[in-house]
Design a protein. Structure first.
Length: 292
């Protein structure tokens, strides 16, 4: 009788221990540590809580949200899926796209197969270094101006890098000439535009490039390596600019090259009254020396 009682007690104890072990195992599997070794599918749209504003994530106040900032705000986000252009940052276009997809239930947290369409060799290269290594006339934009997604990203880069302060928010001009009127100061080629922004107009002229339009004498300051540090960002900005100027591209490519001195004189003659208002002088020394 005693042996049966001990046996029954022992069996019951093992049963309880087994239940406890099972509960502990299930609890561990549900914990972060337990999940780390699992191959669970990425979190879906229901588990992604997108902040209301882009600025709320930009804790560094740089105008661009880093991967660390994005994941701090959205721990369950598959960042690589949200980073559509693969540059390691979450820009405003990507953030807006993420918001829309989560809101309408189409976000899957999976990396799109078309992600590589935005990736180019040398995206992170310094624009000044790119110019230094490339033969004159050899630079070609890897992006198609007809690609609306890239053009939109280019506009975001244009705003993020402060280009709007001089050229207007939509490229309509301000302190500096408009970018959407089909007029090219030094020519419309990809090579020229990249070098102009990267080096600035003074260094561009020193490299042998001449003005073909008398539109404005304002100097273009160097942006490469200072304001714009990535060649890919600059190419996207150029893509956006080109997307607004596709109508007369063929005729622009055939435009005759004007003598730079004649261009200065033509501008000064046409805009002498305006120049007097802005500069309080229309002396020939100003017209010739500063009209660059």
């Amino acid at each position: 009788m005693l042996r049966k009682t001990v046996y029954s007690f022992t069996a019951a104890a093992f049963a309880v221990a087994g239940i406890s072990l099972a509960l502990a195992t299930n609890s561990l599997a549900g914990s972060p540590a337990g999940q780390a070794g699992s191959s669970a599918a990425p979190a879906g749209a229901a588990s992604i809580h997108v902040p209301a504003t882009y600025e709320s994530m930009d804790t560094g106040h740089t105008g661009i949200v880093t991967e660390k900032e994005a994941l701090a705000a959205m721990p369950n986000l598959n960042f690589k899926a949200a980073d559509e252009n693969g540059d390691g940052q979450l820009d405003r276009v990507e953030f807006s796209d993420l918001q829309d997809k989560v809101a309408n239930g189409t976000w899957t947290n999976a990396v799109a197969k078309t992600e590589a369409v935005n990736a180019i060799t040398g995206y992170d290269d310094n624009p000044v270094d790119v110019v230094a290594k490339a033969a004159k006339g050899s630079l070609k934009n890897p992006y198609d101006p007809k690609n609306g997604t890239i053009a939109a990203q280019g506009h975001e880069q244009f705003l993020n890098h402060g280009c709007n302060a001089c050229h207007g928010g939509n490229g309509g001009g301000g302190m500096c000439p408009p970018l959407n009127n089909g007029v090219w100061i030094y020519g419309p080629s990809d090579d020229t535009l990249f070098r102009l922004v990267a080096l600035g107009s003074q260094k561009l002229q020193e490299a042998g490039f001449a003005r073909i339009s008398p539109e404005t004498p304002a100097l273009m300051p160097q942006q490469g390596g200072t304001t714009i540090t990535k060649a890919g960002d600059l190419w996207k900005i150029i893509t956006w600019i080109k997307s607004m100027n596709t109508k007369d591209q063929a005729s622009l490519d055939r435009a005759p090259t004007l003598d730079p001195g004649a261009a200065v004189v033509a501008w000064a003659t046409a805009h002498r009254a305006t120049a007097k208002v802005c500069h309080a002088s229309t002396a020939s020394s100003w017209d010739g020396a500063n009209a660059r």
